[in-house]
Design a protein around this ligand. Sequence first.
Ligand code: SME
Length: 175
Amino acid sequence: MSNAFNTPYLIHNAATKTKAYEELETSVRALLTGETDAIANLANVAALLYLTLPELNWVGFYRLAPESNELVLGPFQGKPACVRIAIGRAVCGTAAARRESVLVKNVHEFPGHIVCDSASNSEIVVPLIATAGPRAGELVGVLDLDSPILERFDDIDLKGLEKIVAVLISSTVWH
Ligand code: SME
């Protein structure tokens, strides 16, 4: 799929990459307009990110199950994955516990990293925290992206993905 990220020098060109994220954020906003269902929005964002961002082998969401206080696999693209992750465990559980993004340049050096796809070498996880509705202020899930490339993600990815998550959060009703 052709998009603003399909530029060979993109990873090394900060301005071009930042601009590509701005365009992607606009696409996410358009994709979610008029729909507030959580499963539908998570599924569409996972699909759009997987089709748009280069060098990924897995993109998806884990949702917080309030009854068991653990992360449960949600909509995703990529190989079948580990279903339940305890808060505080692995990369996803660490981002959930800290309520902040975690960028892992080499997953093999991250204590407790869970291998869902042996192709993964780097990873980034962004927490989803509701800002309105019955769960305002609560963690509702995490966005997880995996790449076969070492050091695939940088601060531009982190900032760009956090903005996309903010659009997703404000477009969706979290029950
Ligand atoms: N690697 C993640 C687990 C989820 S899979 O990558 C899809 C982690 O360590 O939290």
